[in-house]
Ligand binder design. Structure first.
Ligand code: SIN
Length: 332
């Protein structure tokens, strides 16, 4: 194998025959795994990517979509990508800190005024650079996909920061999110997404933070009698592949795939807010949870208590990255 690869390299052919490219018959197989349900912004994006690829690259590329952590979950998906067991992922931006600290900027609480500000930041040069921030680890960022802003849910009404004191909150695998909950004297508990609902049900944790679409599609609200519309942080995604896999795809096919991805990204980022609005209505109509609406003064109290977290991570993230993010807010 080694000898034949060297021979092929000399002939300039090795790239196309790399074993990193899983093939079925003549088709390149792309396994796209994720942890959420099909009927969410990310789930719909993965299915549209599959549909358009099968229409435009029939016989050349086959896309297999694995939702709901059915193939890999939070704990092992990045390793699976690097090992070639999956070819596309779209983890939440909170889940990359083993590979880059810079993306932690998206976790800083109350950094962005609203979703439109996050959207603007994702289109800026700094965010384009962040897509390449994991190149040293062989991870290639292809696009940002929106979900939305996170809401706080719990077994008791969270009106002021003191209401969160002592409650255990499920968090993603993120140091910033750990600090965010410690800042209000709550207990952050790192858990994979696939375990959130059952941990809320069993009482391992009493609270969580997620956009409406994740709360609804995982039925978290059934165990969370209060949801505070806090919009305190963002939960968006980066679509990633492994650099070695992506560059092993013949140029013409790769260009077509990147075009499809661009189209899908536009759809996801256009529709995500509407899906979250729909799921907010569904949750409230179900009667399972009471909505807590914060006054500007109450929201300011949460902000005042959580914002010192920015300073603690400024060195790791980079003051320039934080500054670039702040410039997208209208009021600054
Ligand atoms: C996801 O939306 O991909 C999951 C986010 C989470 O782990 O809370």
């Amino acid at each position: 194998m080694f000898k034949s690869c060297v021979a092929a390299l000399v002939a300039g052919l090795c790239l196309a025959s790399t074993p990193l490219m899983a093939a079925e018959g003549d088709a390149i197989v792309i396994k796209f795994a994720h942890v959420v349900a099909d009927d969410t912004p990310k789930g719909k994006g993965a299915l549209l990517f599959q549909k358009l690829t099968h229409e435009r690259l029939a016989g050349k590329v086959k896309v297999e979509v694995y939702p709901n952590s059915t193939l890999v979950g939070d704990a092992d998906e990045m390793q699976a990508l690097l090992d070639g067991r999956v070819q596309l992922l779209a983890p939440s931006l909170s889940k990359f800190d083993k590979y880059t600290k810079k993306l932690q900027v998206f976790d800083l609480p109350f950094l962005f005024d609203d979703e439109a500000a996050v959207d603007r930041f994702q289109k800026r040069e700094m965010s384009r650079e962040l897509l390449r921030s994991m190149a040293d680890s062989g991870i290639y960022g292809l696009a940002y996909w929106n979900n939305g802003l996170k809401q706080l849910s719990a077994t008791r009404a969270l009106v002021e920061p003191k209401d969160a004191a002592g409650l255990a909150f499920r968090i993603q695998n993120s140091a910033v999110l750990e600090s965010q909950f410690s800042a209000v004297a709550a207990k952050p508990v790192r858990l994979p997404f696939s375990e959130v609902t059952k941990s809320l049900q069993s009482g391992v944790v009493q609270g969580a933070e997620n956009p409406w679409s994740n709360i609804a599609s995982q039925q978290m609200h059934k165990f969370q009698p209060y949801i505070t519309e806090s919009n305190h942080g963002v939960l968006n995604y980066m679509v990633v592949t492994s650099s070695s896999f992506w560059t092993s795809i013949p140029f013409a096919i790769r260009s077509e795939l990147e075009g499809i991805l661009l189209e899908v990204t536009q759809m996801v980022n256009r529709e995500a807010a509407a899906l979250n609005r729909r799921d907010r209505e569904r949750i409230l109509a179900s009667g399972s949870s009471q909505l807590v609406t914060l006054t500007p003064e109450q929201r300011q109290k949460w902000r005042d208590q959580m914002v010192p977290v920015w300073k603690a991570y400024e060195e790791e993230i980079g003051a320039d990255v934080i500054r670039a993010a702040l410039t997208v807010n209208r009021r600054r």
